[in-house]
Write a protein that binds this ligand. Structure first.
Ligand code: CP
Length: 319
């Protein structure tokens, strides 16, 4: 997300708005007809993989969709450099998810075709942050609120949760925010991210208690990324960090927006976002996932240089 300024992000969201009739299946467009996407996912994914693929298809392109390490010859020791060079002869753009931080940038350095970071280990998840910011701006517009001056509470695993690493940097482009960064001990937001946003002059308050979300305009919860660290580090993580209806009602008002990048962990003993909020209109998680399609369409349109063609390409659906 370091590539974005506030102005370029908002210009980008105007392109995402153009994509909404296609995302809502009211119009069709084939501006990417003939183009092929390589969707290379070396880690599990539902939303990112399928919504990037669906976004490309809905613009008329085709997708080569792959998951896991065994699909590729990296299982036989092939390097990221060779894999990327080879793929760039086959496809017009790539989306990569990979367990190692920095690996997607390595793919990108090896090729001239566009490479999109679909999540690199505990590093970043920029397309998720873009759709999150798009969702916040849309919800604030509905509520008649401005993002400048807002109070954002981020809750959960802020150390390994890559979505919050990207999102806090995008939000920091706005003015006068207060960030309550609420995490269990040991899972705090990394210093290198805090150092990066410190120049913007926001109020940043790390905390280990849910009560510090009091008065927040946005609660952004995250799953504990158990796949990224040893189980013993989890000691001290307890239901006290679960965002439930009782917690939201105790600390926040009727206009708070409750977000989560998903997946939320629904297994016994997992604590992030309670299902007792499912019917609460403040819960924006499925509005977030829906926004993944127009935002990811906009990413492809910009990267492949067709954003100016979209408006005139729209046709009515015939099905
Ligand atoms: N939010 C997100 O990245 O979800 P997936 O892991 O299902 O792609």
């Amino acid at each position: 997300v370091d590539q974005f300024t506030r102005e370029s992000a908002e210009e980008f969201f105007r392109i995402a708005d153009l994509m909404q009739p296609i995302a809502r299946r009211q119009k069709v467009s084939r501006v990417l007809e003939g183009a092929v996407l390589g969707n290379l996912f070396f880690e599990a994914s539902t939303r990112t993989r399928v919504s990037f693929g669906a976004a490309f298809c809905r613009l008329g392109g085709s997708v080569c969709d792959t998951t896991g390490f065994t699909f590729s010859s990296m299982a036989k020791g092939e390097s990221i450099y060779d894999t990327s060079r080879v793929m760039s002869g086959y496809v017009d753009a790539m989306v990569i998810r990979h367990p190692e931080q920095g690996s997607v940038a390595e793919f990108a350095r090896a090729t001239n075709i566009p490479v999109v970071n679909g999540g690199d280990g505990a590093g970043e998840h920029p397309s998720q942050a873009l759709l999150d910011l798009y969702t916040i701006l849309t919800e604030f517009s509905r509520l008649g609120k401005l993002l400048d001056g807002a109070h954002i509470a981020m809750v959960g695993d802020l150390k390994y949760g890559r979505t919050v690493h990207s999102l806090i940097k995008l939000l920091a482009l706005y003015k006068g925010l207060k960030f309550s960064l609420i995490s269990p001990k040991g899972l705090e937001m990394p210093d290198y991210i805090l150092d990066q946003i410190s120049k913007h002059g926001h109020v940043v308050e790390p905390s280990n208690e849910l009560k510090d979300m009091a008065g927040a305009d946005v609660i952004y919860t995250t799953r504990v990324q158990k796949e990224r660290f040893a189980a013993e580090e989890l000691e001290g993580y307890s239901p006290q960090f679960q965002v439930s209806k009782a917690v939201v009602d105790q600390f926040c008002g009727p206009d708070v927006i409750i977000m989560h990048p998903l997946p939320r962990d629904s297994r016994e003993g997992a604590h992030d976002l309670s299902v007792d909020l499912n019917d609460d209109p403040r819960l924006a998680i499925f509005r977030q996932t829906d926004n993944g399609i127009p935002v990811r369409m906009a990413i492809f349109a910009v990267l492949l240089g067709v954003e100016g063609l979209v408006q005139h390409s729209l046709r009515d659906v015939t099905w």
